[in-house]
Design a protein around this ligand. Structure first.
Ligand SMILES: [Zn+2]
Length: 204
């Protein structure tokens, strides 16, 4: 969990590099319990509630992850200043895209993203961890008035060929989107025994 906290701090330093006075306030609001709860719910360790029903998200494989996608929509819909695009890009593929428009430079875009699909049951590390971090970043940053647009993107079908992010990137290129930076979070919770396996990689 320390890896989570450090990485999210890095995210905020990137996004808030011109608002030094508010960085610490936001960092202090990163909630380890919230991150842990999201991972537990999203990897089927504990039940959760989606659309009013108590459910267990045991599996997020591509043909079996609509419940997971609905969970993400529900989490993001609870936030202010966010517009959600439930982006269906093929028969099983759903990217969940939440956009927070920048107040000064709405056409300047930063993306914080993770894939949410899996190769098997549970898959807490790959990639409930990255998904939880994106949700936590959205929870905290959506309360802020930001100069630039932030896109919180949760990709589907990463495990079978990067399909979701490829679809988004292709559309963005065709639209001429001015994407200034992307932070992609994958397998942040790996707990290996090898020396150095807990180090933070340079995300920028
Ligand atoms: Zn992954």
């Amino acid at each position: 969990m320390n890896t989570f906290r450090t990485t999210i701090i890095c995210l905020f330093l990137c996004v808030f590099n011109s608002y030094a006075q508010s960085i610490q306030d936001i960092i202090d609001k990163v909630n380890i319990d919230t991150l842990a709860l999201t991972i537990q719910e999203f990897s089927g360790e504990i039940p959760t509630v989606v659309d009013g029903n108590t459910v267990t998200i045991l599996n997020r494989e591509q043909a079996n992850n609509d419940l997971a996608a609905d969970y993400l929509v529900q989490k993001l819909e609870a936030l202010d200043n966010i517009t959600i695009n439930d982006q269906q890009f093929d028969s099983n593929g759903r990217n969940i895209i939440a956009t927070q428009l920048g107040k000064t430079n709405p056409n300047d875009i930063y993306i914080i993203c993770a894939h949410y699909d899996t190769v098997a049951d549970y898959c807490a590390d790959d990639n409930a961890t990255g998904t939880a971090a994106v949700l936590e970043a959205a929870r905290l940053l959506s309360t802020q008035c930001l100069d630039n647009t932030i896109v919180y993107a949760l990709w589907d079908e990463e495990e079978i060929g990067l399909n979701g992010s490829f679809f988004y990137a292709t559309e963005a290129a065709n639209n001429g989107d001015n994407i200034l930076g992307v932070l992609n979070l994958d397998m942040m919770g790996y707990d290996g025994d090898a020396p150095g396996s807990q180090e933070i990689m340079n995300l920028i």
